[in-house]
Structures are given as C-alpha cells and as structure tokens.
Design a protein around this ligand. Structure first.
Ligand SMILES: *[C@@H]1O[C@H](CO)[C@@H](O)[C@H](O)[C@H]1NC(C)=O
Ligand SMILES: *[C@@H]1O[C@H](CO)[C@@H](O)[C@H](O)[C@H]1NC(C)=O
Ligand SMILES: *[C@@H]1O[C@H](CO)[C@@H](O)[C@H](O)[C@H]1NC(C)=O
Ligand SMILES: *[C@@H]1O[C@H](CO)[C@@H](O)[C@H](O)[C@H]1NC(C)=O
Ligand SMILES: *[C@@H]1O[C@H](CO)[C@@H](O)[C@H](O)[C@H]1NC(C)=O
Ligand SMILES: *[C@@H]1O[C@H](CO)[C@@H](O)[C@H](O)[C@H]1NC(C)=O
Ligand SMILES: *[C@@H]1O[C@H](CO)[C@@H](O)[C@H](O)[C@H]1NC(C)=O
Ligand SMILES: *[C@@H]1O[C@H](CO)[C@@H](O)[C@H](O)[C@H]1NC(C)=O
Ligand SMILES: CC(=O)N[C@H]1CO[C@H](CO)[C@@H](O)[C@@H]1O
Length: 711
C-alpha cells in the first residue's frame, strides 16, 4: 500500500545479511549457518558470529476445516513422524494432533457398536497427520491440560501434554531441531490442526513448577536462530496474477522480499496473552457500485493479531455494517456467515474489498493500510467445523461480543506480513509484496544479547547504543526525561491493569484509585496504555485456580452433533485428571504478574537510569520483566530433558530410572508429579542472560546445576 519510502527500508534492510554464503533456506539440514557481520548492528565484544535466520519452507498442502491454509512440516518424536501444521503467533508450544483424535467406534443405525476404534483416513489427512506419542521413544508425558489458547472465542479443549523432540521441516529438508520441547497433543476438534507456536513466553504448567521454555526460546538458546523474532504471512491460495502464493515463515528475521515496508512500528501491549494489538483507525469497503463504504462507526477498536484462528472477529456493530454492505446473512446455528450460491454470485459481481487502516493511538500518528480482496474472504468451511454437515462457502467474519474477542486471524494475514521482535517488544505489519519472482531476501533481526544497533539518523526511536551514549555523554536531562516518561507510561499500564481486576482484587482497586489521583496531575490524556484495550474494564480475567474439572464446552457443540463429529473424543480426558495450566504466563500469576513490586519497579527505574536494556523507553517495564524471564535455559539444559533425568535425581515420587518406552508411560501416567525443569534462582540463568554469548562457546556441561534440589 504505502510505497517503499526509504527510511524504514533503510533502517530495516540495513540489517540485511552480509555473510551468508548459501541461502539459509534448505541450508538447514542441520548445518548451522552463522553471520560474522550483520549490517545495521555491531556485534558485542566476545561475539564472533551470530546464527543466521532460518526459513521454514512451507508444504505443498493447503489444509483446514475453516478454509484451506498452507501448512508447514514438523518432524516429531523418535522415530520421527512428519506432521503438517499451521502457525500460531499466540501459542508458545508445538501442538500436534493426537493419534486418538481420528479414532471412532462405528455404530449401526440402532447405535450398536459394529467396529471398535476405527481410524478415519480422511480425518488423518485433513488434520495434517497424527502424532502417536506412544510410538515415540523420546516422548515424556506430563498430563492433560486445558488448551487455553483463544479461550475467549469459545475454543475450549484439553490436550495431553509432554515433551518430545521436534524438528522443523521434513525428511530431506530438515531445519533446526530441539531434542525436547513442550508438545500439546490435541484431541479436541476445536483446534483442527497442530501448530508451531511462535510466542516466546514459557509454559507455566502449575503454581508449583517452574516455567518451561517455549519452542522459540529453545531454538534461540541452542543458537539456531539469532533472536526471538519472526516474519510470517499466511500465503494466498486465491490466484494473484496467475499464482498461488505460498506462506512464508522466517525465524530470527523476516523475508524482506515479501514485504512492502512502511513507517509504522507497533509497540507490544504488556499482556502476554494479547500483545500483538493494533488499533483500527478505519475500516472501509469498496464494491463495484460504491467505493467508499464506512464499516467502522466506533472510535476505538483494538484488534489482536493471532494466526491461530482463521476468521476476523469484529465487534457486532461492525459485523452489522458488513451485513448491510454486502448482504451477508448470519447463520444462528453455526454462528458463521454462510454464503450460498446466490449470495456468492452477488458478491462476485460486487467484487468487494475491505481496507483496514491500522495505527497505534497515543504512540504515533502514522498509519498503514491492508486491503483484502473478496478472494481472500471467499473461504470454504468443511464439517465438522461449527457443526456443519456439509461443505459450505463462508465469509470469514465472526461476531465478537467484547474486546477480548476481537481478533484478526489468518484471513488478514493472507494480505499482511507480520514481523515481530519479541525481544525489543515491537512488531510491524506490512502489506505483502506480490511481485512475482522476487528473490528471497532473509533479513536477520539480531538479539540485543549479541549486538547493539548502529545509531541511525531519522525519526526512529533511539537505539540502546544511542541511549547509553546520550546518557553517558552528559545528557543528564535526557536520561531524566526517559525515567519520567518510562515511569509514567508504566504507571498508566499499572493503573489500567488494576482497574481491570476489580472484581477479585478490591484492595488493588483502592490502591489504583489512590494512585489515579496522582496520575491526574499528568496531562489530559486518558490514563490508558496506548496499546491496551481501552473500552472496557474487562479485558483481563484473573486465572482460575488449578482445576480438575473436565472441560465440557465445545465450540462444535453448537450444533449438537458432536457425537458423530469425527474426532470428538475427549472421553479419555474425563477419565483422568485435567489440569488447568497457569495460563502459560511468565508472571507468577496474572493478577500478581501485572504489577511490579516496589522493588521490581526500582530495578526497572534503575535500568532505565543506567541505560541498560532500556532500548525503547516507551516499552513497559513489564515487558522487560517478561524478557528477563525468557532466557534462563541453556542448550545443554534443554538437551538433558531428552528422555531421562539424572539417575540420582530425587525429585518425584516416581522418578523414572530406566530408559523409558511408550508403554511404560501409557500405563502409569505418573509424570504429573515431575519436578520443575528450570529453577530460576541459579546463577546459570543470570550468566547466560547477561554475559555476552559467543555462539562458539559454552556447551560445557552445566546441565547438572539445574537441579538445585538434587540430593
Ligand atoms: C469405543 O468403544 C470402546 C468400548 O466401549 C471404548 O473403550 C472406546 O473408548 C471407544 N472409543 C471411542 C473412540 O469412542
Ligand atoms: C500408537 O503406537 C502404539 C505403539 O506403537 C500402537 O500400539 C498404537 O496402535 C498406535 N496407535 C494408533 C492410533 O496408531
Ligand atoms: C437468529 O438470531 C436473530 C437475532 O438474534 C433472531 O432474530 C432470529 O430469530 C434468530 N433465528 C433463528 C432461526 O433462531
Ligand atoms: C499527532 O498529531 C497531533 C495533531 O496533529 C499532534 O498534536 C500530536 O503531537 C501527534 N502525535 C504524535 C505522537 O506525533
Ligand atoms: C523495533 O524497534 C527497533 C528499534 O527501534 C527497530 O529497529 C525495528 O525496526 C523495530 N522492529 C519492528 C519489527 O518493527
Ligand atoms: C467476552 O465474551 C466471552 C464469550 O461470551 C466471555 O466468555 C468472556 O467472559 C467475555 N469477556 C469479558 C471480559 O467480558
Ligand atoms: C539431540 O539428540 C541427538 C540424538 O539423540 C543427538 O545426536 C544430538 O546431539 C542432540 N542434540 C543436542 C543439541 O543435544
Ligand atoms: C556456526 O556456529 C556453530 C557454533 O555456534 C558451529 O557449531 C557451526 O558449525 C557454525 N556453522 C558454520 C557453517 O560454520
Ligand atoms: C515462573 C512462574 O511464573 N511460575 C509461576 C507459575 O504460577 C504459579 C502460581 O500462579 C506461581 O507460583 C509460579 O511462580
């Protein structure tokens, strides 16, 4: 949309690879490519080279029940099973479809079982193949947990969680691999396919265990990727200039050949379950008859970008505007906008396109636009999606009753390229560059652990180097104002969060009220975080306590036909204990995690003051807090999880002492009690975080230190 305007391009592309010999795609076959210099960055002393970004090659397949989406391959387990999965920008785990998900008992018309446990090949194919964890020698079971992801959209379900090895790519085209990472195996049909989770937050299985690093963190710690960052676009199956355009996923960077750069950088919201939030400043449609239909009457609309879901979940009034503009009809049974042949013909004739104007209020006045042609919204849903009995065209628009449901899913990411830098807490959205035949241009985003960004001229936020330079250079005033701004912004977030938790935390509310008075002295801008939901006090609901309740709410249940829906088979779950995962958040718990203790905020202020790690003064200290928690695991520690624990580990009532096989695991189910994997107290963590790491050093055996509770 916005033509390449130079500055941002210069800024981002400055980061372009210099030292890659062979293209890092395919490179992968376990060969780790390194860059000895990356333009735009200066390597820190002691860092000789950094890993090159990794391209994950898309499959040929387009699968799904909510449309057809380009998949990626994973090699899971030992021996490795190839599974085809989607990409989740909100999840931090690998999910794959459990072998049980496609098993059902055949019944005759009277309901009598005629055949037991038949596997449906169609189900197996459309769900992207199954992962049979009992057949994997390296599977290490944890237990059943709530899936948690996008629960506000009604996508409930349970998964059997554990650890196993996961490699990117497929046989012959292997990318980097982790010997042990958290895998959720799905049975619930609410999530039809598995995914690669790109979020770096750790998994917090329970209150009593330490968090387990994410897949991305695993790759980063093992030095397979240069930073916790990615670039992704979902691809477009519809024809554009005669081509089907595949998805593109780059870890540790982005593919500059797929983006049309723009000036706008979004700052992440401090809620790690809803951080890629963009403000929608405008939403218009154009048809052959009318090229300026306004679909957005409301003032404030913040949308969460999440590739986990297919549709665009918009406020009901916006959906009504769509209905009026395009003659869409809401189907009460499925809650979908089903499109019949007549409507389809009408739509083709109208050829509507919709244009989002995105921005981020309070931090910038810049905006950018993404336009979706009708082809991007002409999707086909298949049973058992939403209780459908047969395939049907649908318009990927869903009614979101409240702000926690407003999500831009894969539909949007067909036309948008998302670049996320988790470590610098910012991201960008650009229109996809459809020019055919452009040569892939993988551009590294390098972690602040390895580099400082070279100072640039221009209006971009200052880099860490610049901040340190300025502060040390005697610009004391500058430092002071940073403190003020950072503190004030943090305070606003803090207040907002407090307000959202009224119900359960009245004490905090009182505090908030008091604090609000102070804040009132600050300028007339509302005491809102620029990047947070602004319309309700309801964005956040404190997490439930540990719960052994089976989850019964199925999205599929909408139609009441879940009995015969393929793959609804959570029977097994209900026989076992199901745990509530602690929201997979790094903070101690959401409520507490939202606030920094006085001490922590001192630390944060100190950091800002000293210029350490305060790359972007507008970033909430919470975000920095999150990043502090991301790192503390080193590759050797990850490795250790593979299959066995040290034999004298005195940690669990039933510590396995022999190499395990699947059968053993199946029978006993004993690993619920497994101990934490990554105590956070150790110096190890601090070292690995703040000590500049050379990719060439440091695989000495530190594994044992992890288990501080070893006898
Ligand atoms: C099939 O029936 C058997 C015996 O009743 C039961 O154990 C099994 O869980 C059923 N399987 C499915 C997928 O419902
Ligand atoms: C999973 O693997 C186990 C062990 O190899 C096997 O007994 C079982 O039948 C497999 N299950 C399915 C559904 O393929
Ligand atoms: C569908 O929902 C609308 C609005 O909620 C309602 O007016 C209508 O009666 C419903 N139709 C059916 C068939 O339930
Ligand atoms: C945005 O524009 C308004 C009005 O022109 C101006 O007052 C404000 O300072 C601008 N904000 C930023 C962040 O540039
Ligand atoms: C994040 O901020 C840095 C520093 O300001 C900038 O160089 C980078 O382009 C931003 N990243 C994204 C993805 O926008
Ligand atoms: C939003 O709506 C969903 C579904 O109706 C509901 O579960 C959730 O509690 C609501 N959230 C808020 C913050 O009201
Ligand atoms: C992962 O496991 C394989 C085989 O079990 C081993 O060869 C490899 O060294 C391990 N990788 C790491 C990073 O430890
Ligand atoms: C890149 O660095 C790693 C060590 O960090 C090394 O094992 C690997 O061989 C290097 N790759 C190349 C292609 O030199
Ligand atoms: C690291 C971490 O955040 N772990 C927390 C998981 O959740 C429980 C209960 O909320 C906390 O006690 C842990 O500290």
């Amino acid at each position: 949309m916005v033509p390449s305007s130079g500055r941002r391009r210069a800024f981002l592309v400055a980061v372009s690879l210099v030292a890659t010999r062979s293209p890092p795609c395919r490179a992968a076959e376990s060969v780790q490519n390194n860059l000895t210099s990356v333009s735009g960055y200066t390597l820190l002393p002691g860092v000789a080279s950094v890993p090159a970004p990794v391209r994950v090659a898309p499959d040929q397949d387009w699968l799904g029940v909510d449309g057809y989406w380009n998949t990626f391959s994973l090699l899971v387990g030992e021996p490795a099973a190839t599974v085809h999965v989607q990409v989740s920008t909100a999840s931090q785990q690998i999910w794959s479809v459990n072998a049980q998900a496609c098993t059902k008992n055949m019944t005759d018309s009277s309901g009598k079982i005629t055949a037991l446990n038949q596997v449906s090949p169609e189900c197996v194919e459309t769900r992207g193949r199954l992962y049979n964890q009992t057949a994997s020698q390296s599977w290490h079971q944890k237990g059943y947990y709530r899936l948690w992801l996008e629960k506000w959209l009604g996508l409930e379900g349970n998964g059997l969680f554990g650890w196993d090895s996961v490699g990117l790519g497929q046989t012959g085209e292997e990318g980097p691999r982790l010997n042990s990472t958290v895998i959720g195996t799905l049975v619930s049909a609410n999530f039809w396919m598995g995914h690669i989770g790109l979020h770096p937050k750790p998994t917090n299985f329970s209150a009593f265990e330490d968090p387990v690093p994410s897949f991305m963190t695993g790759l980063f710690e093992q030095k397979s990727i240069p930073s916790l960052s990615f670039g992704y676009t979902a691809g477009a199956r519809y024809i554009i200039d005669g081509n089907i355009v595949p998805a593109s996923l780059t870890l540790g960077g982005y593919d500059a050949s797929r983006t049309i750069p723009n000036e706008l950088t979004f700052i992440m919201a401090p809620d790690n379950e809803r951080d890629l939030v963009v403000g929608v400043a405008g939403l218009t449609a154009s048809t052959t008859n009318n090229n300026n239909i306004n679909l957005l009457e409301r003032e404030d609309l913040n949308m969460f970008i999440d590739s986990t879901v297919a549709e665009m979940w918009l406020p009901i009034d916006v959906c009504k505007a769509f209905e009026d503009a395009f003659g869409l009809k809401y189907d009460n049974k499925t809650n979908l906008y089903l499109v019949d042949d007549v409507l389809h013909q009408n739509l083709l004739a109208q050829n509507p396109s919709i244009t989002f104007t995105l921005g981020q209020k309070y931090t910038t006045n810049a905006t950018m636009q993404i336009t979706l042609p009708y082809a991007a919204m002409d999707l086909e849903a298949s049973p058992p999606y939403r209780g459908l009995q047969q395939k049907s065209r649908y318009f990927p628009l869903r009614q979101g009753g409240n702000s926690s449901q407003w999500v831009l899913g894969r539909t949007f990411l067909q036309e948008a390229y998302l670049t996320v830098d988790w470590e610098r807490h910012n991201f960008s959205v650009s229109a996809v560059d459809w020019s055919y035949g452009k040569v892939q241009d993988l551009t590294a985003i390098v972690s602040p652990q390895y580099v400082v960004q070279n100072p640039t001229t221009g209006s971009k936020p200052l880099s860490t180097a610049a901040i340190i330079g300025a502060a040390l250079g005697g610009s004391f005033l500058f430092a002071l104002s940073l403190i003020a701004v950072g503190w004030w912004l943090w305070r606003r977030h803090h207040l907002q969060k407090l307000e959202t938790m009224k119900a359960q935390y009245e004490a905090e509310v009182a505090a908030a009220a008091a604090a609000k008075k102070d804040a009132a002295e600050t300028p007339e801008e509302p005491p809102l975080s620029p990047m947070m939901e602004s319309d309700t006090g309801t964005g956040i609901i404190p997490k439930a306590e540990l719960s052994a309740e089976p989850v019964v709410h199925h999205e599929l249940g909408a139609s009441g036909n879940e009995k015969d829906a393929l793959a609804i088979n959570e029977v097994d779950n209900t026989e076992r204990q199901i745990f509530e995962m602690e929201g997979c958040i790094p903070e101690p718990k959401e409520a507490g995690g939202r606030q920094l203790s006085e001490k922590e905020s001192m630390v944060v202020r100190e950091r800002i003051y000293n210029g350490v790690d305060s790359h972007n003064p507008a970033v909430s200290p919470l975000a920095q807090e999150a990043s502090r928690r991301l790192a503390p695991v080193s590759p050797s520690e990850v490795t250790m999880l593979n299959g066995r624990l040290p034999s004298n580990t005195n940690v669990s009532p039933v510590s396995p002492r022999t190499p395990r096989d699947g059968a053993f695991l199946e029978k006993t189910d004993t690993f619920f009690q497994l101990p934490p994997y990554c105590p956070r107290d150790g110096r190890v963590a601090e070292e690995s975080l703040f000590h500049p790491i050379s990719p060439l050093e440091g695989s000495t055996d530190t594994s044992r230190r992890r288990f501080s509770y070893e006898s």
